[in-house]
Design a protein around this ligand. Structure first.
Ligand code: PMP
Length: 394
């Protein structure tokens, strides 16, 4: 029966990694895949995570199953990190998932269980996995305007016009911070206006927050998620620990369902546990346990927050250096958006031909939609990129 299978499109970003690996040129610069890298191009294990891992190795006495929703201490620690005291803990149901992707997938699953006809409104563009998962699940998606090709900021008026079409029973998917792939984000006034619109239309927000701590700071990056969750009756939140704890391969994430009051908790919690059970039973524990240990120990937490802050400010400094270098070379301010964007990515707004030329003529690898991973740069490669960008006419 396997012959009836259809070839599935390869993940474009993962295919790019392979082409980069096989490229014999030196130097070559990988600004493609969405992984944080330090100035030497390594993706380090964070100090506090390594320490927690050592402690865990000493102290762990069993590998027996945890609960279907994972260890409740992980949920508590993550809910506190993402939501602070924006909503009462009793209103939040939560389940550990394999990575943020698992949380996104099961968030969609929960939506489909609650309303099989739900339409999911997605930003144009969004993380390609949002689209492919929704397509795989056969769920209806409606793109909303998001990126303004002229300013390289958010087309907020277009976004609001499109989201006015979402009604009760529909879902509006937003990126809590550090929008992937554009790097363009709403300001707090705009988030408030979006909340007012959600209250008016009755559509349910789903927040994907995969980069908390990579934009303006741990608390600042959670502000929009907290505002939404505390303002509307129901919110779905998919959080990833891959980036901010640097534990990509441990597959650590949390799906949260925030309700208007505690009465829905039992039903929502039961639904999340049921979904885990159907999909993979117990969620991975190792990464979740490390996160719990780091967040609950004052010294580990302080060291983790310090290292995360160093990563964040390092990326900001690269943004500023690149914008300044481009300003110097072009004599124009049109690249200022690179310093305004937040998170690991910026969409340059270059044509596919220009992206091809960067790769073919300069050995600089960007995703085809001109998404640039800022963390792939260092002080020395910034001037090389800036010169190449001007050379190919960006
Ligand atoms: N959402 C967005 C927007 C992302 O960029 C990512 C990471 N690429 C994720 C979710 C989930 O990542 P992971 O499954 O590795 O935790």
């Amino acid at each position: 029966m396997f012959e009836t299978l259809k070839e599935q499109p390869a993940d474009k970003i993962l295919a790019l990694v392979q082409t980069y690996r096989e490229d014999p040129r030196d130097p070559k610069i990988d600004l493609g895949v969405g992984v944080y890298k330090d100035a030497s191009g390594n993706t380090p294990i964070m100090r506090a995570v390594k320490q927690a891992e050592q402690q865990l190795w000493e102290a762990e006495t069993t590998k027996a199953y945890t609960g279907l929703a994972g260890d409740p201490a992980f949920a508590d620690a993550m809910i506190a990190m993402v939501l602070g005291d924006a909503v009462p803990r009793a209103n939040v149901a939560a389940a550990a998932t394999p990575g943020g992707t698992g949380a996104v997938r099961q968030g969609f699953d929960m939506i489909r269980m609650a309303n099989p006809d739900a339409r999911v409104f997605v930003s144009d563009p969004t993380w390609p996995n949002h689209l492919s998962i929704l397509k795989h699940m056969g769920m209806e998606m409606v793109p909303y305007r998001y990126f303004d090709d002229e300013s390289r900021g958010v087309d907020f008026n277009g976004m609001m016009e499109d989201l006015a079409q979402a009604g009760r029973g529909d879902v509006v998917l937003v990126h809590g911070c550090c929008h992937n792939p554009t790097g363009a984000n709403l300001n707090m006034t705009e988030w408030k206006a979006l909340v007012d619109l959600l209250l008016k239309t009755g559509a349910t927000p789903m927040v994907d927050i995969a980069y908390q701590g990579f934009g303006d700071g741990l608390e600042e990056d959670a502000a929009a998620t907290r505002l939404i969750a505390s303002s509307v009756p129901e919110t779905i939140i998919a959080a990833s620990c891959s980036k901010n704890f640097g534990i990509y391969r441990e597959r650590t994430g949390l799906l949260m369902a925030v309700a208007a009051d505690a009465s829905a908790h039992k039903l929502n919690q039961g639904t999340l546990a049921y979904l885990n059970r159907q999909n993979f039973s117990f969620p991975p524990d190792h990464g979740a346990r490390l996160v719990t240990m780091v967040l609950s120990d004052d010294a580990l937490r302080a060291d983790w927050a310090k290292e995360l802050e160093e990563m964040r400010t390092g990326m900001l400094a690269l943004r500023e250096q690149l914008a300044a270098e481009l300003q110097r070379l072009s004599g124009s301010d049109r690249f200022g958006f690179i310093a305004q964007h937040r998170g690991m990515f910026s969409r340059l707004g270059a044509t596919p031909e220009q992206v091809d030329r960067l790769r073919d003529e300069h050995a600089i690898y960007l995703v085809g939609d001109s998404r640039l991973n800022i963390a792939g740069l260092n002080k020395d490669s910034v001037p090389i990129l800036a010169k190449a960008m001007i050379d190919v006419g960006i």
